[in-house]
Design a protein around this ligand. Structure first.
Ligand code: HEC
Length: 116
């Protein structure tokens, strides 16, 4: 019983802490990348597959809203729909790419495409 309530207290504290972190960093998934570098990287690494007429279809920051980009990354959707496609791309490069996508998403202040 005491052991159980101890665990309960711990869980509650932890939950509160997590809640605090959540409010200070709401969109923690896409943060801290270099968007300028990300654009170059996207053109280099993503565009070869994501061109008009190709199987993967066109893809640009404006393809999604910030919320949708966040969920896309959080859920690791690409790994399911196109396994192996991101293998040559490093974690850091992906971080920069998604910073670019996020900062210039459809509902951002500066919506952008990957170039053309
Ligand atoms: C090797 C080819 C390849 C590369 C490289 C690639 N993708 Fe894809 N991507 C795909 C394929 C295939 C799909 C699935 C298309 C479909 O089924 O409609 C896809 C789908 C997507 C989608 C749409 C998913 C959805 O339904 O919401 C996004 C967004 C995306 N890719 C982003 C990226 C980004 C960002 C990069 C670069 C970091 C990238 N892709 C690089 C092949 C690739």
């Amino acid at each position: 019983m005491t052991r159980f309530s101890k665990v309960l207290t711990l869980t509650t504290c932890f939950g509160a802490l997590l809640g605090m972190l959540n409010t200070t960093a709401m969109s923690a998934t896409i943060e801290g990348g270099n968007a300028r570098r990300g654009k170059e990287l996207a053109i280099e690494n993503c565009r070869p597959c994501h061109i008009r007429g190709a199987e993967a279809g066109t893809m640009s920051p404006i393809s999604k809203t910030q919320r949708q980009w966040d969920r896309f990354v959080k859920k690791g959707r690409h790994y399911k729909i196109a396994p192996g496609a991101w293998e040559p791309i490093t974690e850091q490069d992906l971080k920069d790419v998604f910073q670019f996508m996020y900062d210039h998403a459809a509902d951002s202040d500066q919506p952008q495409t990957c170039g053309r």
